[in-house]
Design a protein around this ligand. Structure first.
Ligand code: TIU
Length: 223
């Protein structure tokens, strides 16, 4: 296998041992993807996020076929909201707040129907699922320890939303020394201009945060 992915700002080199490469799928939960969840409660049109599901499903299938690590995350809080700081709980002026009863159960609370990952991308046994109280997946989670234990050094970043949880996690990972590539058609935002700006800013300045590439380029390398 040619160990490079055609990417911006230049080619992305995979580790010699592909088991050091993980697919990170951020927050593909009903809360953000379907009406009646947290994303909707914040005033967003959630339907546009659906567009990335087929490409992300294909990329996930490729990782599963190759037996490579897959990490799912879920943004959520404990039922007593003890892990939700007041600054997050009280932010905004939406009709529903975190913990309120909504059409898909309590908003952004672990275990509620809205908190589940969409069926198309449901985790398989053995795949890592990280519950995270913040936007970044490293904050207040075991993610860093799990990656270190498995010797994972390279991360493909996907999921929603591009400029919020995906970008925050990619920046956290970059500062921790991981080589990160954001998969362009496997991430989406409620704001198309924010997605575009995020892709441009992470790969600017010689890849200041990392790389970006379409999933077709990743799949080409795996072929
Ligand atoms: N609001 C928004 O765009 N995103 C979040 O609140 N969380 C994630 O991005 N997952």
């Amino acid at each position: 296998m040619d160990l490079t992915i055609t990417a911006l700002p230049y080619e992305y080199t995979l580790p010699d041992d592909l088991s050091k490469l993980a697919l990170v799928i951020i927050d593909m939960q009903r809360d953000f993807m379907e009406p009646g969840g947290f994303g909707d409660a914040l005033g967003n049109d959630v339907t546009r996020l659906q567009a990335i599901v087929p490409a992300l499903k294909e990329l996930l299938a490729a990782f599963r076929t190759l037996g490579l690590p897959v990490i799912h995350t879920i943004e959520c809080h404990q039922p007593d909201l003890s892990d939700c700081p007041p600054a997050k709980l009280n932010r905004g002026k939406g009709s529903l707040k975190i913990g309120d009863e909504g059409p898909m159960g309590r908003i952004l609370v672990l275990g509620e129907p809205g908190n589940g990952i969409i069926p198309d991308l449901a985790p398989l046994p053995g795949e890592i699922v990280i519950s995270k109280p913040g936007k970044g997946a490293f904050y207040a989670t075991p993610l860093g320890a799990i990656l270190a234990e498995r010797g994972i050094t390279h991360l493909l970043m996907t999921g929603v939303t591009t400029e919020v949880c995906v970008q925050t996690t990619m920046r956290e990972a970059n500062d921790r020394g991981y080589e990160c590539l954001m998969v362009e058609d496997c991430t989406e935002s409620y704001f198309p201009e924010f997605k575009q700006a995020t892709l441009e800013m992470v790969r600017a300045q010689g890849g200041i945060v990392g790389w970006t590439a379409p999933s077709a380029n990743v799949l080409d390398t795996f072929a």
